[in-house]
Design a protein around this ligand. Structure first.
Ligand code: HMG
Ligand code: MG
Length: 299
């Protein structure tokens, strides 16, 4: 299969990245990050989550962040909503696109959202109905597609079943998450082959954490499977509060470098992206998780 000529990058740093940070991060710093990412040319930025603040304290200020960002025309500013309450809060905050999140493993579903896979899918139905009424698009996530921190191996057929349910209930795209970053290029290809038989590939996205250093290879393997949408995180920020030891998402800068090298168009400006990463790393007081940013900032 030939590589896509254009790839859409979904920037999840302000959500998947920052949700895992224990230190308080001000609304102002979050707003500056989101605005810097939009200025770099990202077309979709996941800004925050409307989840229980007891479960994920760092996302508690998401409504305020939404109130203060400078919305750039053409950019989608998304948020996670685990239930109808979260959807309504997101709507009240002026969110135009939400994401629901399920898991391919029962144990992770229980730890992450306190319900079984089927209960979670049932919970999404009223969200889909309300979203339709309000003209809000809904993206779906499946976690643990290449392994679970509690159950170990996850069958691609199980991933396909959950992805298909999300697609059939109206999610316009389903992002398949290697939450713990243990997947390999071979496992990634096999997983997309199985899921791709159930859900059209143009409706699928890849979401790779880099715990085992395989994320970029997995992005490339996905490109070979005809996948043209990837979630990534500025400076490789992140992890998952319910997947101990999981490291950040693949760094946006590194994915962009890969895609630029393949001549694949994204519309993103590398220099501005690196500036956005430097800014948030200064706030967090830690070096970037992006190899490209490290190399560029050292030169
Ligand atoms: P629960 O405790 O079962 O819910 O949590 P509940 O309905 O019994 O409510 C308990 C309390 O939470 C109540 O408050 C509710 O009002 C409140 P209390 O009466 O105790 O004061 N509550 C809420 N508050 C704010 N916003 C809401 C909300 N809903 C209930 N929306 C729940 C169930 C789903 C709420 C909880 O488990 C939760 O918030 N989980 C979120 C976990 C999360 O955000 N995880 C990280 C994101 S997923 C991820 O990172 C993976 C991904 O990146 C892909 C990948 O890498 O694989 C997407
Ligand atoms: Mg994630």
């Amino acid at each position: 299969m030939s590589l896509p000529s254009h790839v859409r990058l979904i920037e999840v740093g302000p959500r998947d990245g920052l949700q895992n940070e224990a230190q308080p991060i001000s609304v102002e710093d979050k707003v500056q990050l989101v605005d810097a990412l939009a200025a770099a040319g990202l077309g979709y930025i996941e800004v925050g989550s409307f989840v229980s603040p007891k479960w994920v304290p760092q996302m508690a200020g998401s409504a305020e962040v939404f109130a203060r960002i400078q919305r750039k025309p053409g950019v989608v500013y998304g948020a996670l909503a685990p239930n109808l309450r979260g959807f309504e809060d997101a709507l009240a905050a002026g969110v135009k696109e939400v994401a629901v999140f399920a898991a391919a493993s029962q144990a992770f579903s229980q730890r992450n959202i306190n319900c079984s896979i089927s209960e979670s899918l049932e919970r999404f139905v009223p969200i889909m109905d309300a979203a339709k009424q309000h003209g809000i698009s809904v993206r779906g996530y499946v976690s643990c597609v290449l392994g679970c921190p509690y159950e170990g191996e996850v069958a691609p057929e199980q991933v396909a079943m959950v992805a298909r349910e999300l697609h059939d209930m109206g999610c316009y795209e389903v992002s398949l998450g290697d939450t713990i970053g243990t997947g390999t290029a071979g496992a990634t290809r096999r997983m997309f082959e199985v899921v791709g038989a159930q859900v059209p590939r143009e409706k699928l996205a890849g979401h790779f954490h880099d715990t085992y250093g395989q994320a970029l290879a997995n992005v490339y393997a996905s490109l070979l499977e005809g996948i043209a949408v990837f979630d990534s995180s500025i400076a490789g920020l992140g992890g998952c509060p319910y997947a101990k030891g999981a490291s950040g998402n693949v760094a946006t800068e590194d994915v962009l470098y890969l895609l630029n090298g393949l001549g694949i168009h994204t519309g993103i400006d590398m220099d501005r992206l690196i500036d956005a990463g430097r800014q948030i790393c200064n706030v967090l007081g830690r070096p970037s998780g992006s190899r490209v940013a490290k190399a560029r900032n050292a030169s």
